[in-house]
Design a binder for this molecule. Structure first.
Ligand code: GRF
Length: 194
């Protein structure tokens, strides 16, 4: 059976990458994880990918803070195309995706966000939920479109906010939910793309 080739973009620790790689290993997600790309040379996600002998590429993002320079994004597209990637999972990728990436992978880029979108888009969404006095938050997998954290929602998992929660404890609980939700959504989406 042919497997969907996927690529992951991330800037951080890489715990979602690890959850996806484990789901593939266990046969819960039928996919071929071809490449991990990061805008941070020393990121955990690149180290974890190398440890698993998965192609791991740092792409210098250029001088912008919130997006990649167009040339850098073109390089990202080239790497993904070289690997035959058909679906991209953003996993803690801290830049806004622009053209040419959006155009080359239209409706084939997913993201995980640590809140029940459309509530709390943007940074540190767990802290926002805590400070707003919510009793429930969660995580969302959505398609990536030009507007940040606003693409079509595919699935969500709720996470309770408990008395005494700190931003750290709440973020950990949300991440545990992310590690369940993201691989299972990818498995469903992958089935439709094969
Ligand atoms: C996750 O909490 C995700 O929701 C957000 O960035 C974080 C990435 O964590 N977009 P990790 O690098 O996967 O551990």
């Amino acid at each position: 059976m042919s497997k969907l080739k996927i690529g992951i973009l991330g800037s951080g620790r890489g715990s979602n990458f690890e959850a996806i790689a484990r789901a593939i290993e266990k046969g819960q997600l039928i996919a071929d994880l071809r490449v991990v790309i990061s805008d941070i040379e020393t990121s955990g996600i690149l180290k974890l990918a190398r440890a698993r002998q998965i192609r791991a590429e740092f792409v210098y993002p250029g001088n912008f803070r919130t997006k990649m320079a167009p040339d850098s994004e073109t390089r990202v597209v080239k790497i993904l195309q070289e690997e035959g990637v058909k679906l991209i999972a953003l996993a803690g990728y801290m830049r806004v995706v622009k053209q040419p990436l959006l155009e080359a992978f239209s409706r084939r880029i997913l993201n995980i966000h640590p809140s029940l979108l459309p509530r709390f888009p943007g940074l540190e969404a767990w802290r926002q939920a805590l400070e707003a006095g919510e009793s429930v938050t969660g995580c969302t997998v959505h398609y990536v479109e030009a507007t940040v954290d606003a693409g079509e929602i595919i699935a969500q998992e709720k996470v309770p906010i408990l008395v005494g929660d700190t931003p750290i404890s709440l973020h950990q609980r949300i991440q545990a939910a992310e590690h369940r939700l993201y691989p299972s959504v990818l498995a469903t989406v992958a089935t439709g793309l094969i």
